[in-house]
Design a protein around this ligand. Structure first.
Ligand SMILES: [Fe+2]
Ligand SMILES: [Fe+2]
Length: 267
């Protein structure tokens, strides 16, 4: 039991030692108020990536097929808890864009489709000429590659399923300890936008952040799930899932950082 706890801890350390964990984009995002267009383009890439991580697809079934019903339950709990997060994220993104623009861009923050279409328009303007940018989805090559990591959940074979468990493990640790805190630092703690976690438009962050936040619970779920399956046979697959996710997210942060955020010199 003690050995298993140590093995899970070693995996967690691997995630936290990856360059994506403390990526400079978090610092650059927080260092100055971001103009409306840049905020919108960033949120477009981010919200599409986040949306791709919410669906369980065949992943829980794959776990059940392997005789891992508890793991399936833990993953399904995460999926259920993601309900409503799309509209919440769109509302927060639209609110931040409204606050930084010369004029209000979005009249109705509850109109998720309208907000998301607006975010994409800015993304097309600012990022559309990048190599590999897809005009139809408005996604950078890097965002599409990060999303592709989660589309592997459409496969329920044992190898993909264990790999998907590694991906989920890394995702939830990054969400809880790096992405959500980084977002809070940039949007709330920086004071650049005059918003607080208590503002109704910022509910997405309130819901995700901190000891009682959704991501804390997700991290507990993936830690418990992985502890039940880690052995000499599964570990290489778990590690390959962890690496695939971390490398893909680092590449997405690189392009967001270099194309949309102020450089270090401007800090
Ligand atoms: Fe969420
Ligand atoms: Fe999560």
């Amino acid at each position: 039991m003690k050995d298993m706890a140590m093995a899970v801890e070693a995996l967690a350390r691997k995630v936290m030692n990856h360059r994506v964990f403390d990526h400079p984009m978090y610092r650059h995002w927080a260092c100055a108020p971001l103009p409306a267009a840049q905020s919108a383009a960033l949120f477009h890439q981010l919200q599409n990536f986040c949306a791709s991580t919410r669906l369980g697809m065949a992943f829980p079934q794959g776990l059940r097929n392997m005789g891992l019903p508890r793991q399936a339950e833990l993953m399904s709990e995460i999926e259920v808890s993601e309900g409503g997060h799309g509209p919440d994220l769109a509302r927060m993104a639209g609110h931040i864009v409204n606050l930084t623009g010369k004029e209000r861009v979005f009249d109705d923050l509850d109109d998720q489709a309208e907000v998301e279409a607006g975010l994409k328009r800015y993304s097309d303007q600012l990022l559309g000429d990048l190599p590999g940018y897809d005009r139809a989805s408005g996604l950078t090559r890097q965002a599409r590659e990060a999303i592709a990591v989660f589309q592997q959940r459409s496969r329920a074979d044992p190898e993909s399923t264990i790999r998907n468990l590694g991906i989920a493990f890394a995702l939830e640790l990054i969400s809880n300890r790096s992405l959500i805190p980084g977002e809070k630092r940039a949007l709330v703690d920086s004071g650049h936008y005059g918003v607080s976690l208590k503002d109704p438009e910022m509910y997405y962050l309130l819901d995700h952040w901190g000891e009682c936040g959704a991501e804390q619970q997700h991290e507990l779920n993936v830690r418990q799930a992985i502890a039940g399956v880690l052995n000499a046979e599964t570990e290489p697959l778990v590690l390959s899932g962890i690496d695939a996710f971390l490398d893909a997210l680092a590449a997405l942060w690189d392009v967001i950082d270099s194309q949309l955020l102020p450089a270090e010199a401007a800090v």
